[in-house]
Design a protein around this ligand. Structure first.
Ligand code: HEC
Ligand code: HEC
Length: 316
């Protein structure tokens, strides 16, 4: 449904832009946001764009454990997908931002990412003829922090996907792509493997709850996650339940990028102690090995592979 609204909006925008002469190219809010997302003007040394880390071909995530920002500095957490954000209540692995607008300004100022004070970012946009005009066209105002955030968020809100083999099976528009193995995997996901207990909802984010799956031991694994925001002991080592759409495209996995493949993720959930025996505060759902057979692991993996939107299906 959210998609059809977006389509309607697009065709409206198309209609309007068709009436203009070739001289006047007026950007829509979404187009302005898209231009900004792919523009290095928002980084101190003009070397990094949002898309340097949120790469379209990897479902707007990155294919390395830790992305590099300005001066090749590595960050501290894995880059999540910037797609399917409309239904989120929290942003970042620890949920420290509560709107896409609030989120969008974070990376620009982050010294390890784009390292550009917002005051300078705004000055650059005001001094840039095309951007200055585009902000006036879209908002009737000069560039400002609020409008920069609004434009980036408007673009991100168009990055929704709901045409995976799984979706088509559920919507009964095409049931042929969802294989028998994926079907068995769905059943495992919902029952024996307990994935659905956390990963439920349209994007499998379990209402954006924060959970600890055992990737914190206070030693070599010392990212405290949600605890650093709330100071609440129960949040120690807890992270936002990530969505699973297009998960085949977004390896490596977890807040620290420690798992290289989906198979490794499944092996982890099957026997967390084999990977991290000294985890602190791990959720009780993961207290016993799942006892998955080799076939069951394959089925579960095939289910996860079925969650990629058709636009990524030709990408290995
Ligand atoms: C240097 C790499 C890098 C750059 C550049 C970057 N990001 Fe990110 N992005 C990340 C990382 C890493 C996280 C997770 C950080 C955390 O959770 O603490 C993230 C988180 C996000 C999220 C939250 C997703 C979620 O599920 O919570 C969104 C949305 C996002 N970035 C959009 C943007 C936008 C818009 C820009 C440009 C203004 C941008 N990013 C620039 C690496 C980057
Ligand atoms: C107790 C809640 C819970 C259960 C049960 C659970 N997950 Fe997760 N899942 C999470 C959280 C929280 C994370 C992020 C953890 C982190 O990075 O520290 C996560 C991460 C993932 C990721 C990596 C996502 C990414 O973008 O990096 C995948 C894939 C995944 N889970 C699949 C599954 C599967 C398959 C199952 C069932 C075998 C499952 N999960 C069971 C809460 C859960």
């Amino acid at each position: 449904m959210k998609k059809s609204c977006f389509l309607a909006l697009c065709s409206l925008m198309l209609l309007f832009s068709c009436n203009l002469g070739p001289e006047e190219i007026i950007l829509s809010e979404v187009e302005l946001g898209k231009k900004l997302f792919f523009d290095s003007i928002l980084s101190r040394d003009y070397s990094i764009t949002c898309a340097s880390c949120h790469k379209p071909e990897f479902a707007f995530a990155d294919n390395v454990a830790l992305s590099l920002g300005v001066n090749n500095q590595a960050g501290t957490r894995n880059t999540p997908s910037a797609m399917n954000q409309i239904d989120r209540n929290f942003y970042f692995w620890d949920g420290r931002a509560e709107s896409l607008e609030e989120q969008a300004l974070g990376p620009i100022e982050n010294p390890k990412e784009m390292d550009l004070p917002l005051s300078i970012a705004i000055r650059r946009l005001k001094e840039h003829a095309i951007y200055r005009q585009a902000f006036y066209d879209v908002y009737g105002k000069a560039p400002s922090r609020e409008l920069l955030a609004a434009a980036l968020a408007a673009f991100e809100r168009t990055l929704e996907t709901d045409q995976s083999a799984f979706d088509k099976y559920m919507q009964e528009t095409d049931t042929t792509q969802f294989t028998a193995s994926a079907k068995r995997g769905l059943n495992l996901f919902n029952n024996k493997a307990k994935c659905f207990d956390c990963h439920f909802g349209v994007d499998f984010t379990g209402n954006d709850q924060f959970k600890n799956i055992g990737l914190y031991n206070g030693k070599n694994l010392n990212d405290e996650g949600r605890y650093a925001i709330t100071g609440n002991k129960k949040d120690l080592g807890a992270f936002k339940i990530p969505g699973l759409r297009n998960i085949a495209q977004t390896a490596p996995y977890m807040h620290n990028g420690m798992h290289k493949t989906l198979r490794e993720v499944i092996d982890y959930y099957d026997q967390p102690d084999k990977f991290i025996p000294d985890a602190i505060n791990r959720d009780t759902l993961l207290s016993k090995p799942l006892g998955l057979t080799e076939t069951e692991k394959k089925d579960l993996e095939n289910f996860l592979l079925s969650l990629s939107d058709e636009r990524f299906q030709s990408i290995p």
